[in-house]
Design a binder for this molecule. Structure first.
Ligand code: SAM
Length: 214
């Protein structure tokens, strides 16, 4: 069992999710993002791919230098790099790295003395990210598949955790944040972009697996 937090209109509602439901939610997320790993085109109600990166004001030189497959599956909802500078030599974790565009950006910012790690729930995304980064000749990156909110790194391992459109998908946000703060070094930074509900979802959507994975 785990706790599920849904916030809408400033009200926090806490429900308990059975392990059966948790499994269903994770499977729905994996199914959706296995498809997105092929291409994000037409699968979201906001700009994705290269158009999304341009709309979110990613550095234009970095966008130009990215191979098309790094951008095809990009479905970030914001720009974590706009929230603070990432320095040469830092160690960065991307939680829910998808096909690797934010890993590519971070690897450019930390340089060859830095390191970038990505984790993702969806096998196909992990494979896509590994291929994309190998194709871009990026060697300071490692990517791991995860099966839960547990982050497979030791305490105090990272200077910065970035995340883009992922924490809203988690049915166990408390665990997610605890894990992020566990792996951050003292004084480390969390720079994330995400989706929040402003109004309660209609009843037919609030229990829908599809709505969880949007
Ligand atoms: C909206 S996509 C964003 C991907 C990437 N950050 C980007 O900007 O293109 C969400 C990603 O989070 C992954 N994901 C969802 N829940 C996760 C979790 N609990 N831990 C790790 N990855 C997760 C999904 O598999 C998917 O690749």
């Amino acid at each position: 069992m785990c706790q599920l937090d849904q916030r809408s209109s400033g009200v926090t509602e806490t429900r308990v999710v059975s392990s059966e439901n948790l499994k269903e939610i994770r499977n729905a997320i994996r199914n959706k993002y296995a498809e997105v790993s092929v291409s994000a085109a037409g699968k979201f109600q906001y700009p994705t791919g290269k158009d999304g990166a341009i709309a979110l004001r990613y550095d234009s030189d970095i966008i130009k230098s990215a191979v098309p497959s790094l951008l095809d599956s990009f479905c970030g909802v914001g720009n974590p790099f706009s929230l603070g500078k990432i320095h040469h030599g830092e160690i960065v974790l991307d939680l829910g790295c998808g096909a690797g565009f934010d890993l590519f950006v971070a690897s450019r910012l930390v340089g060859e003395n830095g390191r970038v790690c990505g984790v993702d729930l969806t096998e196909e995304m992990v494979e896509r990210a590994k291929n994309n980064l190998a194709g871009a000749n990026i060697s300071n990156v490692e990517i791991k598949k995860v099966d839960s909110e547990n982050i497979p790194y030791s305490d105090n391992a990272f200077d910065v955790v970035i995340s883009n459109g992922v924490i809203n998908l988690s049915p166990s946000k408390n665990i997610c944040f605890k894990e992020i703060f566990r792996v951050l070094k003292p004084g480390g930074r969390l720079q994330f972009a995400d989706v929040v509900l402003e109004n309660a979802l209609p009843a037919d959507l609030s229990g829908s697996l599809e709505a969880w994975s949007q």
